[in-house]
Design a protein around this ligand. Structure first.
Ligand SMILES: [Zn+2]
Length: 292
């Protein structure tokens, strides 16, 4: 099985990005794997600290490893938005392939100091684990927001990106380039879309010269996503869109069978709804291999 680093290098060579989808139960995990297998593209699943607390860090480590072996399929596991080294070590020991070590809320130099420390500690446990660091402000919470946060002040610059990557030794950088976590109500309905600062992405890529992740990809204009990938984004995170589909699918399942109590009869519409989102996003990220 290829390593995640190789998968990212190959995707970059093709001009594709790898889709990263957050999961917090078996419905979401089944849907992500089914979508990726249908298009035959590698995929990442991620769990934030809250998502890991619900599912179990060691549990998801074992489940993803077993899926990878059973289906001989490149599915990789990421410890999304990890805010402490202790939680990072837990994930490294549970076999996670990557981690987002997110201290972006701290002052810049403190973010650098602690991220560097984490890179060293985590690579000592698993040298192949990819460590992602985050700079700038892209808001918090993959949920529905009433109003947009002011992101303008938290945008990343090429200079700080270069300094951060060189000082910490991270494998992947998560910059703030107009993206944000969560969706506004007008984005859930599709009325408005997130727009990205493509020139900034290209300038940061040139300066930092490393793999780059776009967080908060839900609700982003498709063309902006394609341009962002062409400008140097290697991984795109989608969470809120999946959560919206999960809820709608579940409501559908419950409404269709008001007296049903068997979970595996109620859940299939939720799996299908999430899978459709995964398919449509993966097609955008891997445009050159558009499936029929
Ligand atoms: Zn994120």
């Amino acid at each position: 099985m290829k390593t995640l680093r190789t998968v990212l290098q190959e995707a970059q060579g093709r001009g594709d990005a790898v889709g990263h989808f957050n999961v917090s139960d078996l419905v979401l995990l089944k849907a992500v794997l089914a979508g990726a297998r249908e298009l035959n593209v590698p995929v990442m699943v991620g769990l934030s600290e809250g998502e890991r607390e619900f599912v179990g860090t060691r549990t998801i480590g074992a489940v993803v490893k077993s899926l990878r072996e059973e289906f001989d399929f490149p599915i990789f596991l990421n410890a999304d938005h990890t805010h402490s080294l202790a939680k990072g070590i837990e994930a490294a020991k549970a076999g996670f392939d990557a981690i987002v070590f997110d201290l972006s809320a701290l002052p810049f130099e403190e973010n650098i100091r602690q991220t560097k420390e984490a890179v060293e500690a985590l690579k000592a446990i698993n040298p192949a684990m990819l460590v992602e660091g985050e700079i700038g402000d892209i808001g918090t919470g993959s949920e529905i927001h009433d109003k947009a946060p002011d992101l303008a002040k938290g945008l990343s610059s090429p200079e700080e990106a270069k300094h951060f990557v060189e000082s910490t030794g991270v494998d992947i950088l998560a910059p703030a380039v107009g993206n944000m976590h969560g969706l506004l109500k007008s984005m859930v309905s599709g009325e408005t879309k997130k727009r990205l600062d493509i020139e900034r992405i290209a300038a940061i890529k040139k300066a930092a010269g490393t793999f780059m992740t776009l967080h908060g990809g839900s609700g982003t204009d498709d063309d902006d996503l394609r341009k962002a990938i062409a400008a140097g984004i290697n991984v795109v995170h989608i969470n809120t869109e999946l959560r919206v589909a999960w809820r709608r699918g579940l409501e559908q399942g419950l409404a269709k069978m008001p007296d049903e109590v068997v979970p595996y009869k109620i859940f299939p519409p939720a799996v299908e709804a999430v899978k459709q989102v995964v398919l449509s996003r993966l097609r955008v990220f891997t445009g050159k291999r558009k499936a029929a």
